[in-house]
Every structure is written in structure tokens, then in C-alpha cells.
Design a protein around this ligand. Sequence first.
Ligand code: HEC
Length: 110
Amino acid sequence: MKRIGLLLFVFSFICFFGVAGASAKEDSKESLGEQLFMKHCSKCHPNGGNVITVTKTLNPKDREANEIKTEEDVIKLMRNPGPGMVKFGKDVISEKDAKAIAAYIFKTFK
Ligand code: HEC
């Protein structure tokens, strides 16, 4: 009986670190998008808002009303933005970074 207790203890230990390790990985992916968003976008879109065109925030309600429904749409818009927004070419934000930013927006602003 003692042995089973020990085994359970060891097992839960492994589970705990397994889960902690996985979520640390998730965090680092998220923080790339977050860092890039803070660097390139947050000036005009603080907390997902829009300081220039107040009706065009990054919240799903506004986004979807303006046909920005997928992460791909966000990337397209960065490459070819509307009036008042700066254009972000691949030389400034790579495809990989653009994806991280788009994912961050979808995850964060709800
Ligand atoms: C210089 C200010 C500025 C910066 C920097 C900026 N934006 Fe914008 N953004 C705007 C403006 C202004 C609009 C509205 C454009 C329009 O009228 O179509 C907009 C619109 C958007 C929209 C559409 C929102 C909607 O509801 O239709 C998305 C998505 C978006 N921006 C994403 C980004 C991302 C991602 C970045 C960073 C890579 C960024 N923006 C950086 C000013 C900015």
C-alpha cells in the first residue's frame, strides 16, 4: 500500500511539471504576438481600441462589421490598410510575426 502512495506521489509530480511546461510554451508564443502588438500597433490601438477612427476597434463586433473575420483578414489589412493606418510590409513585419500579432488580437480582444 505504501508503494502505491509513493507511485501516486511521483506520478502527480510528473503531471504537474508536464502541464507547467506546456503552459510555459504557450506563454512564450503569446508574448511574441503581444510584444509585437505593443511595438507596432498599440499606439493607435491601445487595449484593442482605435484612437483615430473610433468605430474601427479590434473588438470582434467592430471587426466583423468591417469584414475582418479571420486572422488572415487582419494580416491582409496590415499589408493594405485603410485611411489613417500605417502600412506594414513584409520588410517591417514578417509573415510569421504578422500571424503572431493576428493570433494575439483574436485571443485578447473579445
Ligand atoms: C498610425 C495609427 C495606426 C497604427 C500604428 C495601426 N493602426 Fe490599425 N487602424 C488604424 C486606423 C486609423 C484604422 C481604421 C482604418 C479605416 O478607416 O479603414 C485601423 C484599422 C485597423 C483594423 C480594422 C478594425 C476594424 O474594426 O475595421 C485592424 C484589424 C487593425 N487596424 C490592425 C492593426 C494592427 C495589427 C496594427 C499593428 C501591426 C495596427 N493596426 C497599427 C490606425 C493604426
